[in-house]
Design a protein around this ligand. Structure first.
Ligand code: PLA
Length: 464
């Protein structure tokens, strides 16, 4: 509370007024609303000080709601039963319920038992090392690159457990800021809403490369290549490993080769964001093919990983930052610096998610079960994608080509709806989505496809 905002000297107020309760020492105070009035009397004058409730934080303006996570808040506030949350990319069952993978439940029970055992043995909950759980770091690098990747064998991979995808990206950004001052990051237009925030907060300058072509609702491959070519040598190029967010449009394997060609020619440094490994195609190996291609060419690569979606560990905040270097010596040095950057940010990461991943990836029977569950989740999304397309194309008689829905991959569909049309989806149809026209198919059920098709057709044709 800020005080002494008002100081009034007066002879007009009676010092004997009971409500003011001035005592023999000629001092007193009274409450007025949320403010405190203090009085003192000397040589017949009364001075009054008003302490007003003015916060020191008065100058801090209200932040806007987050464009993605804020959608869930608005969804929760809507009381209409037909409402549908297609904002955040979180997997739901056909009944639109959150899903905990069976394999996670099993490991959870096992790990609770193991933890009990540990505690009984007198162990405790000490900190993990700054770089995280060793078994996790090994498992995550192997999952990304393949266990027999020469980069792993030659100890050229620096892996540090991160606070899921976001925290890992932030750590990578901090490394760029510290050791490549002035270097720019090239980001796809459009990209996941938080990428720019991450690099802004890390004070890493960025600019965009063309990616999405609204005319074809596909990849602007020529534009992408031109922009990557035009960037100054040594630029970091942020690439989505698979299932590009928000467009759902990935380069073909041949296009990936050409992207790698230009990046290599220009001595750029690829920085992969792998947030959906296994979720795009249903296969962990297929979804890591882009990263593996660059590594196989001997390029030095940064990769942020997340287990939010593929293992459904959203709230556990488990992921990793990997730097694949050309020598084991530099990998060792890079790792030491990643640890140094992590220490003042969060000291060391949480253990629970790391144990789950390490157990699932490191236990063959659980690993197989995970792969089957991931296929099931990816399969359900493919089914709703197909049904949505079938519903829209049979209902819409305008002749518009909606086949882009089927060409997109992963959790999202980028509908091409503009902000007004997206607002109509929410205000009229109670369909919650991000304002860039992205819908999360992971939040859609087969039963709701027809309804969603009606909403999209109405918004597309009747709102400009
Ligand atoms: N990278 C990409 C491309 C993402 O889409 C997301 C999550 C992340 C990183 C970070 O995820 P993590 O920190 O949980 O590992 N994107 C979500 C959620 C699913 C979000 O915005 O935080 C999305 O709805 O876009």
């Amino acid at each position: 509370m800020a005080s002494a905002v008002l100081s009034i000297a007066t002879q007009c107020v009676s010092p004997n007024a009971s409500s003011l309760s001035i005592n023999e020492t000629h001092k007193g105070k009274a409450k007025l609303g949320g403010s405190t009035l203090r009085f003192s009397k000397s040589s017949g004058r009364i001075s009054m000080t008003v302490a007003v409730n003015v916060s020191r934080f008065e100058g801090i303006p209200m932040a806007p709601p987050d464009p993605i996570l804020g959608v869930s808040e608005a969804f929760r506030a809507d009381t209409n039963d037909v409402k549908l949350n297609l904002g955040v990319g979180a997997y739901r069952t056909e009944e639109l319920q959150p899903y905990v993978l069976n394999v996670v439940k099993k490991v959870y029970v096992l790990s609770l038992m193991a933890e009990n055992l540990m505690l009984e043995r007198g162990d405790n909950k000490e900190y993990l090392p700054i770089e995280g759980l060793a078994a996790f770091n090994k498992a995550t690098a192997e999952l990304l690159l393949g266990a027999d990747n020469p980069a792993i064998k030659e100890q050229r991979v620096a892996t540090v457990q991160g606070l899921s995808g976001t925290g890992s990206l932030r750590l990578g950004a901090a490394l760029i800021e510290r050791y490549f001052p002035g270097s720019k990051v090239l980001i796809s237009a459009p990209t996941w809403g938080n990428h720019k925030n991450i690099f802004n907060d890390a004070r890493v300058p960025w600019s965009e490369y063309r990616y999405y072509d609204p005319r074809t609702v596909g990849l602007d491959f020529e534009g992408m290549i031109e922009d990557i070519k035009a960037a100054p040598e040594g630029t970091f190029v942020l690439l989505h490993g698979c299932a590009h967010n928000p467009t759902g449009i990935d380069p073909t394997p041949e296009q990936w080769e050409k992207i790698a060609d230009v990046i290599q020619q220009k001595n750029h440094i690829p920085f992969f964001d792998v947030a959906y490994q296994g979720f795009a195609s249903g296969s962990l190996d297929e979804d890591a093919a882009s990263v593996r291609l660059f590594v196989a060419r001997g390029m030095e690569v940064l990769v942020a990983q997340s287990y939010s979606k593929n293992l459904g560990l959203y709230a556990e905040r488990i992921g990793a930052m990997n730097v694949i270097s050309s020598s084991s010596e530099s990998a060792t040095r890079v790792k030491s610096q990643l640890k140094r950057l992590a220490r003042p940010m969060y000291s060391n990461p949480p253990v629970h998610g790391a144990r789950i991943v390490a157990n699932v990836v490191g236990t063959p029977v659980l690993f197989d079960e995970w792969k089957a569950e991931m296929e099931m989740m990816a399969g359900r999304i493919k089914n709703v994608r197909q049904k949505l397309y079938d519903s829209i194309s049979s209902k819409d008689k305008s002749g518009k080509d909606w086949s882009f829905i089927l060409k997109q991959i992963g959790m999202f569909s980028y509908t091409g709806l503009n902000k007004n049309q997206s607002d109509n989806m929410t205000n009229k149809w109670h369909v919650y989505m991000t304002k860039d026209g992205r819908i999360s198919l992971a939040g859609l059920s087969l039963a709701k496809c027809e309804y969603l098709a009606d909403a999209i057709i109405d918004s597309y044709h009747n709102v400009s």
